[in-house]
Design a binder for this molecule. Sequence first.
Ligand code: ZN
Length: 311
Amino acid sequence: MQQTYTKSELREFLSNYPLFKPYSIGKFSRGAEAYADPAFLIEERFLHYCTNEHREAHFLLDMPQPQASYWKTQEEDVINPLVLNTNNCIDYVMHYRGKCISCQKHSVDFLLHIWSISALPSEYGNSLLYDEQTKKHIYSEIEPEIEVFIEKVGIYPNDNFFIDTKVEQFLYPESRELYRNAQKCLHESLGQGAYCYLSHVVERELLLLANDMAGINAVYEELIYDQIEKFKEKRDFHYIATILMQNLPKALHGLNANFFIEMYDLISLTPGTISDDEALEVSKTIHLNLKFMIYLLFEEKHPVVAFRELR
Ligand SMILES: [Zn+2]
């Protein structure tokens, strides 16, 4: 089956693939999407973290100068010998730059390697293949079955790993940087670091959540503010947990006797009393619980989601 080139497939590669993970972009074909023309990637859209706006945003791919001027003016139907190796396989590394569409400020640079394992047959052409010796384009009616791959061999700055868009969207801006640091630590298996950042995020966010409840539900307003003040003095989370439990999706009830008390217990371990491995395990549980809670709030269209969107 011939795999055809589509925009969304490449978006998946650009947005989510780590370094050195080959992605099959499909069979070599003629024309503008031939993959033998490095300009084929220009104007690809993808999702990337914008450090300027502190959120995931759409980026547009381009080439930096001066190579952009060169490749954009090449004839589409002609294979430039620069993209072939000595075995006549497609094989080139090209520098691309993605720019955030919304702010036009943050950019990310990619070095991309595009290659085929099998060679372009020498008789292949239909105005595509250029013969170095005869200085002529070779013509052929045969459509070769050549699979083309792409991989990232460099990303700068590399700050786009596993960012959970829903979680980021839900968190207050001040928590996002802490959350991103927690994600970095989880990614690199740094248990103590992940624990430190996540416990900060969760404590902040649970108190803010209670605060939001007061903003949404006038009946609770005074009680909640009062309990938040008491918490700050005595560090007893019990009352806030009870209020949160009464106001949040029923599905959370099925999980634990009180989801919020458990969350608070998880983030209240004394630093240094657990090993790095234990800290990593606890951090993963905290992260799962946090994600679970946020996804549930979105799913049930809880008023707090709309309330936060108005910030
Ligand atoms: Zn931006």
